[in-house]
Ligand binder design. Structure first.
Ligand code: RB5
Length: 146
């Protein structure tokens, strides 16, 4: 599986740790930066990672900012994206199982690196359950057409 990732200055340390972790696990990772600790606007990075998903190049994405919220707000404006801002284990798993989320958003100022790596593992290792949840996700995506 190929995974897209990006961060702003609020998530650089976490992003770098996640890239190393996923690479060590054997995933192919497309890193859209940032690569040095300078202030950037999180929507610019969010759009890059979203395009990696909607183009079909990557299956899942991870975005890290200070809270995870700005990245999720920006990502959810992009058609085809279901981004979830998550800071605990249950939601990391169930947003894949029930929402078929394709981007995990994390807060570098909210959770530690160790927790972030565990949430990433749950997210990438969990498959969408489908069934009754498929129709609900379809309804969510239909809102894009209104
Ligand atoms: C940047 O200071 C911060 O606002 C950003 O990382 C993020 O937390 C926004 O939601």
């Amino acid at each position: 599986m190929k995974i897209a990732i990006g961060c702003d200055h609020g998530g650089l340390q976490h992003k770098n740790a996640i890239v190393e972790h996923l690479t060590n696990r054997g995933f192919e990772v497309k890193d859209s930066g940032i690569f040095e600790n300078k202030s950037v606007d999180y929507p610019d990075i969010a759009v890059k990672v979203c395009k990696d998903i909607t183009s079909g190049e990557c299956e899942l994405g991870i975005l890290v900012c200070g809270t995870g919220i700005g990245m999720s707000l920006a990502a959810n404006k992009v058609k085809g994206i279901r981004a979830a801002a998550v800071s605990e284990h249950f939601s990391a798993k169930y947003t894949r199982l029930h929402n078929n989320s394709n981007i995990l958003c994390l807060g570098g100022r909210v959770i530690g690196v160790g927790t972030a790596l565990e949430l990433v593992d749950l997210f990438v290792d969990t498959k969408f359950e489908g069934g009754r949840h498929a129709a609900r996700v379809d309804k969510v995506m239909a809102i894009e057409k209104e």
